[in-house]
Ligand binder design. Structure first.
Ligand SMILES: [Fe+2]
Ligand SMILES: [Fe+2]
Length: 189
């Protein structure tokens, strides 16, 4: 397979290029989101004693379908797991590990009611949920610039979005990120 670090670096680079492409409907901010998901997925993998490599790779690849083609957004968890499989096979990544990465991508969406079976799936889904707390400027941009909300509507919109993300997480992850949540709540008032 060659050098492991190189292989994950290549995936990061591939994701960065897809994010920067004018074809990416979600804009360059999606790279910050994905980067933050990958880093929280590693952090949570350590907390849960999960497989760090699986969580990191799944974090980088979890939204690959939506940033590549907006028409895939609705089922991006399904398309994304297939795309991840093709990419990982091209690096001769072991088949059993590919299957574990695919499960993380398939079940990363809190909006999809699917029972998560592995701790790696929980790590990636919770990393996706908490990443919104790292991207406050993007949420404010969405509220005031894209949706044209007034001051109070915007605050309610952002708070509601953050609250729903937080509530999707497992009990341990909620506890782990309690402080981050308190800081953001203090800022929003
Ligand atoms: Fe997603
Ligand atoms: Fe995501």
């Amino acid at each position: 397979m060659g050098d492991k670090m190189n292989f994950i670096k290549n995936i990061q680079e591939d994701i960065r290029i897809r994010c920067e492409s004018p074809n990416n409907y979600f804009g360059i901010g999606s790279y910050d989101h994905i980067k933050s998901v990958a880093s929280h997925a590693v952090e949570l993998a350590k907390l849960y004693n999960a497989d760090i490599e699986i969580c990191e790779i799944a974090g980088w690849l979890h939204d690959i379908a939506s940033i590549t083609d907006y028409s895939l957004y609705k089922d991006h968890h399904i398309h994304g797991s297939k795309m991840a499989e093709d990419i990982l096979k091209s690096y001769n990544y072991p088949i059993d590990k590919i299957e574990r990465v695919k499960l993380c991508i398939l079940n990363h969406r809190g909006s999809q009611i699917i029972t998560k079976r592995t701790i790696e799936e929980i790590c990636v889904a919770d990393a996706d949920a908490i990443s919104h707390y790292d991207n406050l400027p993007s949420l404010l941009y969405l509220a005031y610039k894209i949706r044209n909300l007034d001051i109070n509507e915007g605050i309610d919109f952002v708070k509601g979005k953050l609250e729903r993300s937080y509530n999707k997480m497992s009990k341990e992850s909620k506890e782990f990120y309690k402080h981050k949540r308190e800081i953001i709540e203090t800022i929003l008032g």
